[in-house]
Design a protein around this ligand. Sequence first.
Ligand code: C2E
Ligand code: MG
Ligand code: MG
Ligand code: MG
Length: 279
Amino acid sequence: SAKNAGRNQYQFYKEEMTSEIFEKIIMKQELTEALKNNEFEIYYQPQIDLKTNTILGAEALIRWNHKTLGVISPENFIPYAEESKLIIPIGEFVLKKACEFIKKLNDLKLLENGLIAVNISNIQIKYSQVLKTIVKELEHSKLNPQNLEIELTESYIMEDVEDSLLILENLKNLGIKLAVDDFGTGYSSLNYLKQFPIDKLKIDKSFIDGLPSNKKDVAIARTIIALGNGLGMKTIAEGVETEEQKEFLRKEGCDEIQGWFYSKALKEDDFINFVKNFK
Ligand code: C2E
Ligand code: MG
Ligand code: MG
Ligand code: MG
């Protein structure tokens, strides 16, 4: 009957909610343990300058070496880290490791002036003093601010335009670079691009996948590159997997690329070898 169906549905929701809450509690405990036990590791994915065919630097990408489950991808734990706000100490760890590593490579002349790009979650900016943290890590690592790039999302910028403009201007004043990640997938407004001190647009992988045969992807990629050029911003394509994609982007005037065509994200030692062997 309808009554029974209603009751079943209610019970179903109740169970769903309970397991969701359990999941959050367990993940919060697991992530806290992981931080304490040093289970997070930063991998580095090379970014290549298409004009000079040199390594520009790397994006820092976090991995979780779980004691029983093995390597866990950020897509599977970042949402929980954000929900519990543990992304704040985790993000600080990423920033510290990444700045130290790129500074080491700068000093070794393996990657002079090499740039490190670090993802910053909206939660970090909204609920922690991210500016202070960045200043602290720059001082600690003695990295030149020009060699640090912060990757933000459109959703952060659009959520509270006044607040984010102020914060981004403060970040910019430190001398670091600002990139918009996954560009084109969020709630974009061309108006913010005009006002905000943004250095780089990262063209989302979803627009790169269909290049060069998909006409719509071609139109979108072209438009973002032209937009970046027109506004004096660099453009980088993410998720470049093939020679054809790379060549298309080069011809269209895209500045930089990142993707499996060159390399997946690498552990520190493998990244150093990649730099040494790059031609
Ligand atoms: P993202 O910042 O857009 O990073 C790009 C993702 O695309 C990375 O996935 C990278 O490994 C993957 N990728 C790069 N090139 C290719 C390619 O050619 N083909 C394919 N199929 N994939 C490619 P990953 O490392 O799993 O990271 C996923 C997302 O997790 C990141 O997306 C970012 O939003 C988030 N994330 C990663 N590390 C951090 C971090 O330290 N802090 C925060 N807040 N978020 C992070
Ligand atoms: Mg990113
Ligand atoms: Mg991205
Ligand atoms: Mg992406």
